[in-house]
Design a protein around this ligand. Structure first.
Ligand SMILES: *Cc1c(COP(=O)(O)O)cnc(C)c1O
Length: 385
């Protein structure tokens, strides 16, 4: 199998599996219980929180575990809007993950004003538009760190400078960048930042929100006293253990994964451009998470390419996993200016820790033939696009 869909989810690292299964076999206590088997689990959770805080350059008390990256995004935006009832405006971008876009739609239904900052053809947000969109009624600005479909990295430090001049809070969805770019919350300057374990070789169903000390925020989920009253519900203890181990591995491996992924992706990119005509690279050439490569194959439907590759045991994506069942073109590719038929011809390949040179060889030997065959069937002239 050649798995090139690491932006949708990553395989769980064997070390993470081992750590989680050992934990599940030996610890069932409720971390809120006062007797030893509960206290032990509470301590183990604290260790995970410590590792994650350390990786982000944050304090342990600033990390709130959530049920997913999606929940962290919802919590950040709705939590701050709820805490600042006098402010009724939200500023975000036109290329956010559905977790933010749908939260924005929800806010609009509730009568709030949402501004969507447009992006240029590389997928980078327009800072002049952003400047004008922020008003004294803005509660929070949320711009993603790295885009999941095209990989473009946003100038978060610059965005923070603009927002801070007006005293406005900033959130960034770093689900796709954490583990691929070194992130220090104080360097970025953000007040809130979302991450998720299953995008960095940890388990699914566990995320976290970094909340800078002093940030006004209301909980999304009410109940018990877990997570310093910020997120009620008995903790996903095994998930938290796996998340902590996944982040510990990131720190231990340093730049190893980044180097390998970037070299493999570069070779794949060069190979595609050499062997296949009438393709268009989408995203920023240099300022992007290097393992994400997105190409439009003029004249084709991406789904046909995806399914043909799947018969060869090669797995790619047509964009965000969440929109795979939709006929509509990706909102990200539309936002960078692709016409619907070009957007619908676009395939995302996202590499990760477990990919090899051989994987790239396999794709470069199968893909050109698939594209050629499908183009012959479609009868469209790719030169017309
Ligand atoms: C995957 C992803 C999410 C959602 O995280 P889940 O843990 O799957 O809910 C949010 N934002 C971005 C950019 C993502 O890539």
């Amino acid at each position: 199998m050649v798995y090139l869909d690491n932006n949708a989810t990553t395989p769980v690292d064997p070390m993470v599996c081992e750590k989680m299964s050992q934990f599940l076999k030996t610890h069932f206590g409720n971390p809120s219980s006062l007797y030893p088997i509960g206290r032990e689990v509470k301590e183990i959770i604290t260790e995970s929180r410590e590792v994650i805080a350390k990786a982000l350059g944050a304090k342990r008390s600033e990390i709130v575990f959530t049920g997913s990256g999606t929940e962290a995004d919802n919590f950040a935006i709705r939590g701050v809007m709820d805490a600042l009832p006098d402010k009724d405006e939200f500023v975000t971008s036109s290329i956010e993950h559905p977790a933010i876009i749908e939260t924005a739609n929800y806010l609009e239904k509730k009568g709030k004003k949402v501004s969507y900052v447009p992006v240029d053809p590389s997928g980078t947000v327009n800072l002049d538009f952003l400047k004008n969109a922020i008003t004294s009624r803005t509660a929070i600005v949320s711009i993603m760190h790295a885009n999941n479909e095209i990989g473009t990295i946003q100038p978060i430090e610059e965005i923070v400078r603009i927002a801070k001049k007006k005293g406005i809070l900033v959130h960034t969805d770093a689900v796709q960048s954490f583990g691929k770019i070194n992130i220090l919350v104080n360097k970025l300057g953000v007040d809130l930042l979302s991450i998720s374990a299953h995008k960095l070789y940890g388990p699914k169903g566990i995320g976290a929100l970094y909340v800078r000390k002093g940030t006004p925020i209301q909980p999304l989920i009410c109940g018990g006293h877990q997570e310093r009253l910020m997120r009620a519900g008995t903790e996903n203890t095994a998930g938290i253990v796996g998340f902590g181990e996944a982040v510990r591995l990131l720190l231990e491996r340093g730049d190893k994964d980044k180097k390998v992924v970037s070299r493999l992706a570069e070779r794949l990119k060069k190979g595609i451009e050499e062997k296949i005509h009438n393709v268009k690279f989408n995203g920023h050439e240099t300022n992007r998470i290097k393992g994400t490569i997105n190409y439009s194959f003029f004249g084709l439907e991406a789904e046909a390419i995806l399914l043909s590759l799947a018969t060869k045991d090669i797995y790619v994506s047509t964009g965000s996993a969440c929109s795979e069942d939709s006929e509509e073109a990706s909102h990200v590719l539309s936002a960078i200016g692709l016409r619907p038929e070009v957007a619908r011809s676009s395939v995302r390949m996202s590499l990760g820790r477990f990919n090899t040179e051989e994987d790239v060889d396999v794709v470069l030997s199968e893909l050109p033939e698939i594209v050629e065959k499908l183009r012959a069937i479609s009868g469209l002239n790719p030169d017309d696009f």
